[in-house]
Design a protein around this ligand. Sequence first.
Ligand SMILES: [Zn+2]
Length: 106
Amino acid sequence: MKRVYTAESIVQVTHVRNLLSAEGIRSELRNDRLAGVIGEIPFLETWPELWVGELDYERARELVEQELHGPGLEEPAWTCPGCGERIEGQFTECWNCGRERARTGA
Ligand SMILES: [Zn+2]
């Protein structure tokens, strides 16, 4: 098995685990028994870890990457068809003439 993800918070690790599980990838949670070991090993080593089988590793790694750095919510800037103004992606209509952003392919 290979370690595909680790995070300080069990919540994050569980989130990623659910994500993988939704894609049909089985994973194993390790280091989740925090109580009792703190004080004996350095704190960093007690982070919960997510492990997957060798065969699932590449795919799991991709999913984790997507989750961490995936496509943001940021929309590309667009040009108003009415007045030619350049509009930032987060706006759905032109601040200059009020024209709505044209739907792609419409
Ligand atoms: Zn406009």
